[in-house]
Design a protein around this ligand. Structure first.
Ligand code: PAF
Length: 290
């Protein structure tokens, strides 16, 4: 739109503005975030900007997706910097709702995407994807986007949101975009801020290990357990500081383990490193590594 960025915290007002845009035939894109914006978010915004007439970014640290003992209280926040970055990225509406408005007393409705939500990260973060599916469904209802853009680093989240939108007949196109990486390969994430300098250096191995597995697959190894064991072994040797939560090779759509591993299967890993929980993935196929 290019008329300067509006910051809206009222749910009613945000919904009214977005409905007007949608009603006027303009194409509306949403990038949902939890703030502490980095270049990964910015690349989603740039893509969304290019493919729409009006760009809305939501900024909300959603308590419902954090489990007891997780990092809700210390999740990094910097509203002033986020406002600047969003302004520069050409955001038209920055939606900054309050938890009390989104989850008022008596709040009782939850969105559960069965099956997909209990795999992989779901096993280690019970209730997490219920919280994610619920808030994203609420954002879709509030902001009525034609398209919504998510990073592929959170591949499971993307698959779950796509299924949710399909199952609930929400008229939104869910778009996944490639992960942005630091020079040494570490996937960009707000949670990287938790890493000590030593941990940060070691963290590059999360992706280096995944790349190695991809090479092994492209060189002819197709046994899932063999490849998973090689990745575990790589992490044991190169990332002794980390505790591996899981390594898996799955079908990229169903998230079920694939045996034998096929081109287009997805290798995924989750590790705890110091105070950070790091996740990453790689598609096992020729071509550009995202
Ligand atoms: O990926 C995130 O930052 C969050 O899970 C999301 C999609 C904004 C929902 O709170």
């Amino acid at each position: 739109m290019g008329m300067g960025m509006q910051i809206i915290s009222s749910c009613t007002q945000a919904q009214k503005s977005c409905l007007e845009v949608r009603g006027s035939g303009r194409k509306l894109a949403l990038v949902p975030t939890m703030g502490f914006l980095h270049a990964g978010h910015e690349s989603l915004m740039h893509w969304a900007r290019k493919h729409s007439d009006l760009l809305v970014v939501s900024l909300f640290v959603n308590p419902a997706q954090f489990g007891p003992g997780e990092d809700l209280a210390r999740y990094p926040r910097d509203l002033e910097r986020d406002v600047q970055k969003a302004g520069k990225a050409g955001v038209d509406i920055l939606f900054t709702p309050e938890a009390e408005d989104l989850y008022p007393p008596g709040y009782a409705t939850w969105v559960e995407v069965e099956g997909l939500s209990s795999a992989l990260c779901g096993r280690f973060r019970p209730g997490h994807f219920r919280g994610v599916a619920t808030i994203v469904c609420k954002m879709f209802n509030l902001l009525c986007p034609h398209l919504a853009v998510f990073g592929q680093k959170d591949w499971q989240q993307l698959v779950i949101i796509r299924r949710m939108a399909r199952d609930l007949n929400i008229p939104v196109q869910v778009v996944g975009r490639p992960t942005l990486r630091e020079q040494d390969g570490l996937a960009m994430s707000s949670r990287n801020a938790y890493l000590s300098p030593e941990e940060r250096k070691a963290a590059s191995h999360v992706f280096q290990g995944l790349k190695q597995i991809r090479e092994e697959f492209l060189a002819g190894k197709t046994g899932r357990e063999e490849l998973e064991n090689l990745l575990r072994e790589y992490y044991r040797e190169n990332l002794p500081l980390a505790a591996v939560e899981y390594v898996r090779i799955v079908d990229a759509q169903t998230l079920e383990p694939t045996d034998p591993v096929r081109p287009g299967s997805l290798a995924v890993a989750a590790l705890k490193l110091g105070k950070a929980r790091l996740i990453d993935n790689i598609l096992l196929q020729e071509g550009v590594i995202s």
